[in-house]
Design a protein around this ligand. Structure first.
Ligand code: EPS
Length: 361
């Protein structure tokens, strides 16, 4: 792994932090760019009350001097403004304060997490399984995006459907209807990575396949239950001749007319745009709670009613962009080096020139 990312922080703790390691030195970064990404993650139709409290802003704690990465681990931090309402209940020291959460929400990490980690308060689990954590993925992803922009790579996303419907008004109606019922809805989003050269990742070993790394990264986003590369699912219903993207040449330049493979062949990028889709289940925190069991009394009860979002698909799409950025930055630095940006770019240019000269790619 050339680029490594790890985060810490509870949803209602004092702050979230992460360390991003492996980006080359010499990348010019700005907190404004990161903050713009954080703001996008907080938006979207159907978010709950928490987003009125938070206004996420990044602090650079290490690895950056005078607006440039210096090659050392980058530490990022975002404050939880809601902390002031939770400081006693989430205190690192002192005695337990506040009521325990003992009714686990079906669909969440609550029950299994409490059992596995031997916690009598489900809050010890839900604070970390919460999607609040994705704030740091977006912050780290923003720095990876800046690096990738200097390599000619752009990453974007779109929400394709919500609760089975498409079209802005229909989507809003679906979310409003779910909210009125005290219910939630999921959806499908797509991330596109363009400007990636052919040959990132490798066919030679299972854990070097880049499509597998993308699938894992997207599956790791809260509430994501299916990942599709290109037209993965519909391709399974067609003939091979209708699926594979034929290869053409014109003036010595190789090209395709279709991209049903989503830019991956044999675990490697093939020079086409990378297309990754992900399906998000409805958020498991319902205002009209489902049936569950109290882990303290072992009696039937209803799930805890944490304040939550009705739909977070737009946020998930922004997190998807961030995960794509982290995985792509890892693949770039693995192939082209990750010490100094000038070396990375020189290696990339040399490689692109060889592919064009010898393969028309
Ligand atoms: C979440 C519940 C809500 C969401 C939260 C994820 O928070 P709260 O319980 O404080 O109202 O808003 O998402 C975020 C805070 C965020 O930044 O995305 C949950 O249960 O997972």
């Amino acid at each position: 792994m050339a680029v490594r990312y790890i985060s810490g922080g509870e949803s209602h703790g004092s702050r979230l932090i992460c360390i991003l390691e492996g980006l080359p030195a010499g990348v010019k970064v700005s907190s404004e760019f990161v903050n713009a990404g954080l703001k996008r993650r907080q938006g979207g139709y159907g978010r709950g009350g928490r987003m009125k409290i938070e206004s996420d802003r990044v602090e650079f704690l290490s690895g950056i001097r005078f607006g440039e990465t210096i090659g050392s681990p980058i530490t990022l931090s975002v404050e939880n403004r809601d902390w002031k309402n939770w400081s006693e209940r989430m205190s690192a020291e002192g005695s337990p304060f506040g009521e325990k959460v003992t009714n686990a929400r079906p669909g969440h990490a609550d029950l299994t997490g409490a059992a596995k980690f031997a916690r009598s308060d489900v809050r010890d689990i839900l604070e970390r399984s919460s999607a609040r954590e994705t704030t740091m993925r977006v912050a780290a992803g923003a720095l990876c995006k800046i690096f990738l922009q200097s390599c000619g790579v752009e990453i974007s996303s779109a929400v394709l459907s919500v609760g089975g419907v498409t079209g802005e008004q229909e989507i809003k109606n679906r979310i409003d209807a779910a909210k009125n019922l005290g219910d939630t809805v999921g959806g499908i989003f797509e991330v596109k990575v363009s400007g990636v050269p052919a040959g990132l990742g490798s066919h030679i070993q299972w854990d070097r396949k880049l499509d597998a790394k993308f699938a894992a990264a997207f599956m790791s986003i809260q509430a994501i239950k299916a990942v599709e590369l290109g037209d993965g699912f519909s391709n399974a219903t067609k003939l091979g001749s209708e699926v594979h993207d034929e290869i053409f040449i014109d003036g010595g330049k190789i090209f395709r007319k279709t991209n049903r493979a989503g830019g991956f062949e044999g675990g490697m990028t093939n020079g086409e745009d990378l297309i990754i889709r992900a399906a998000m289940k409805p958020i498991p925190t319902l205002m009209k709670p489902l049936q569950t069991v109290d882990i303290a009394t072992k009696l039937a009860t209803t799930a805890s009613k944490e304040r939550s979002d009705t739909c977070a698909i737009w946020a998930a799409a922004v997190v998807g962009e961030a995960m794509a950025a982290i995985v792509t930055a890892d693949a770039f630095t693995e192939k082209f080096g990750g010490d100094a940006l000038c070396d990375t770019l020189a290696n990339l240019e040399n490689y692109r020139a060889r592919l064009a000269r010898d393969f028309g790619l």
